[in-house]
Design a protein around this ligand. Structure first.
Ligand code: ADP
Ligand code: UDP
Length: 236
């Protein structure tokens, strides 16, 4: 049974690489699409914010020393490419998806218009939000918190490389332990870097819970939307 009516799913750009060193791995994107399709079939309205690390980190060596805002605009463009790839993968899987971009690239993608996005969701279409918040110095996690709040999502689901929030970065600290639940205040006070503080603070202020889970674990998304205890829940 679906535990939510409308959710905001944050898909890591870096996770789209699969085992490649950059770019979009076809098997990975197809697996993600089929998991999302399964959830959409439950009647849950799904909006997605997609990251860009897979493309941008591929060009990052050339960007060393680059002005931060310029690099961030490149990062946002990378999310647009991912959004279009994801939309096409949905099309091939028979799922209708619409892309809306926070940056205007009008020949390529429609702009972000909140009421239109909500309308698409009500029609059962998957909405993919591209270009993050449209502003440098932000992240796609913050875009997920922002768009999630704007569309009245009940939860932000962060699908990432780790299977939850740990007491310390599990990739650096093998003794780190995973939380099943953690409050926003504790996550912020402990400076747990799985999400940036701006995203945590926005979700806390809007009383929008977050669930962090692994994008690589089959069925994790399904369990997250059916209310199972998957990954880590960040609560008020
Ligand atoms: N306390 C923590 N718990 C879990 N992951 C953490 C923690 N601190 C740092 N991380 C790191 O955060 C990463 C996920 O965040 P991020 O790189 O922003 O992912 P995404 O690509 O999904 O936006 C994990 O791969 C992990 O290495
Ligand atoms: O509102 C935003 C969202 C993203 N970005 C840029 O886009 C890049 C890709 O997004 P992110 O790193 O969040 O993607 P992910 O970690 O999910 O791959 C970031 O590094 C930023 O440079 C930005 O400037 N503003």
């Amino acid at each position: 049974m679906a535990a939510y009516k409308r959710v905001l799913l944050k898909l890591s750009g870096e996770a789209l690489m699969g085992d490649d060193s950059y770019g979009i791995n076809r098997a990975t994107i197809e697996r993600m699409v089929s998991e999302v399709a399964e959830v959409a079939a439950l009647g849950i309205e799904l909006a997605i914010v997609i990251g860009g690390g897979n493309i941008f980190r591929g060009v990052a060596p050339g960007a060393t020393g680059m002005d931060r805002a310029t690099a961030d605009y490149m990062g946002m463009m990378a999310t647009v490419m991912n959004a279009l790839a994801l939309q096409d993968a949905f099309r091939r899987a028979g799922v209708t998806a619409r892309v809306q971009s926070a940056l205007n690239i009008e020949q390529v993608v429609e702009p972000y218009i909140r009421p239109k996005a909500i309308r698409y969701l009500e029609e059962g279409k998957v909405v993919i939000f591209a270009a993050g918040t449209g502003n440098p110095f932000f992240t796609t996690d913050t875009a997920a918190a922002l768009r999630g709040s704007e569309i009245g999502a009940e939860i932000v689901l962060k699908a990432t490389k780790v299977d939850g929030i740990y007491s310390a970065d599990p990739n650096k600290n093998p003794d780190a332990t995973r939380y099943e639940r953690i409050s926003f205040n504790e996550a912020i006070a402990k400076n747990l870097e799985v999400m940036d503080a701006t995203a945590f603070a926005l979700c806390r202020d809007q009383k929008l819970p977050i669930r962090v889970f692994s994008i690589n674990k089959p069925g994790a998304l399904y369990r997250a939307v059916t209310g199972d205890n998957e990954g880590t829940l960040v609560h008020m």
